[in-house]
Design a protein around this ligand. Structure first.
Ligand code: OMP
Length: 287
């Protein structure tokens, strides 16, 4: 008997966005947030913080995005907390986007793919963030692993930080920008699903903070895949900025907020309310 092909990530994401709204909440246990929540800057504090966020939000939001660095800084015990969070969040129905921003030569990328995109790995996630700045082709092992396991990959294109422009806006010999070429590669990866009318599994990260910059690259945002839009809240963007940045691609945008929601903890109902308010604001502009 042959095993049925897994449902592609893009299809699962579209379903989750329709059912729960498109919001992604980041789990970023900054030392300052642990202190604000009255927790120690230690593994016990990390564990309590993470569990509170997962328990409050994994049954409600479409995507949870743990930022790996905040767990790695506690070594193996921090990674154990991350592993548990991934499993619990998925059990509660959230899609987990592992924010690891990996990028390396292809043969090492294959090991990162084994860590995050192989269903037998303890850190297997629904999707992972990766960096294309060793060349888009270096990501091939991750793209292929995602296709095989029904997972997704979000590739940095136009990041939310001001420093990103010096690399991402650079012009290539043919006159197109580096970011536009990343987006074109993603559109090609999504072509097969797009032909079926489905959302692709290969997403781009495009900061909600970009204002008119993204407007200038408008057409390239039509990658037929999801557009993760971080930068809302602490970095200054608001849901009201999304139509200007994304234009007609706004339907495929997954706005991402970390501190803007997390600062409302540790009270679980305050976290739920903050996420719900943000989701309402997003829905109002995305429809
Ligand atoms: O890939 C990301 O998630 C990401 C890309 C980007 O361009 N900008 C960006 O801020 N992020 C991540 O999104 C989160 C933003 O956190 P807040 O500024 O607290 O909402 C952090 O985990 C960042 O690492």
């Amino acid at each position: 008997m042959t095993t049925p092909a897994p449902t592609p990530f893009g299809t699962r994401l579209r379903r989750a966005m329709d059912e729960r709204g498109p919001l992604c909440v980041g789990i970023d246990p900054h030392a300052s947030l642990l202190a604000d929540w009255g927790l120690g800057d230690d593994v016990a504090g990390l564990e309590r913080f993470t569990r509170t966020v997962v328990d409050a939000l994994a049954g409600r939001v479409a995507v949870l995005k743990p930022q790996s660095a905040f767990f790695e800084r506690f070594g193996s015990r921090g990674i154990a907390v991350l592993e548990r969070a991934v499993a619990d969040a998925r059990d509660a129905g959230a899609l987990v986007l592992m924010d690891a921003k990996r990028g390396d030569i292809g043969s090492t990328m294959a090991a990162y793919a084994a860590a995050y995109l192989d269903p037998t790995s303890p850190l297997f996630s629904d999707a992972v963030t990766v960096s294309p700045y060793l060349g888009f082709g270096s990501l091939r092992p991750a793209l292929d692993a995602a296709r095989a396991s029904g997972a997704g990959v979000f590739v940095l294109a136009l990041t939310s930080n001001p420093e990103g422009a010096e690399v991402q806006h650079a012009a290539r010999p043919d006159g197109t920008t580096v970011a536009a070429s990343v987006l074109a590669h993603l559109k090609a990866e999504n072509a097969e699903e797009a032909e079926k009318g489905a959302l692709g599994s290969y997403g781009a990260v495009v900061g909600a903070t970009l204002g008119a910059t993204a407007e200038r690259i408008g057409a390239e945002l039509a990658i037929d895949g999801p557009l993760l839009a971080p930068g809302i809240g602490a970095q200054g963007a608001t849901p009201a900025d999304l139509p200007q940045v994304f234009g007609t691609a706004v339907r495929n945008v997954v706005p991402s907020v970390s501190r803007g929601v997390l600062k409302h903890g540790p009270d679980a109902s305050a976290l739920v309310e903050a996420a719900a308010r943000m989701a309402d604001d997003v829905r109002a502009v995305a429809e």
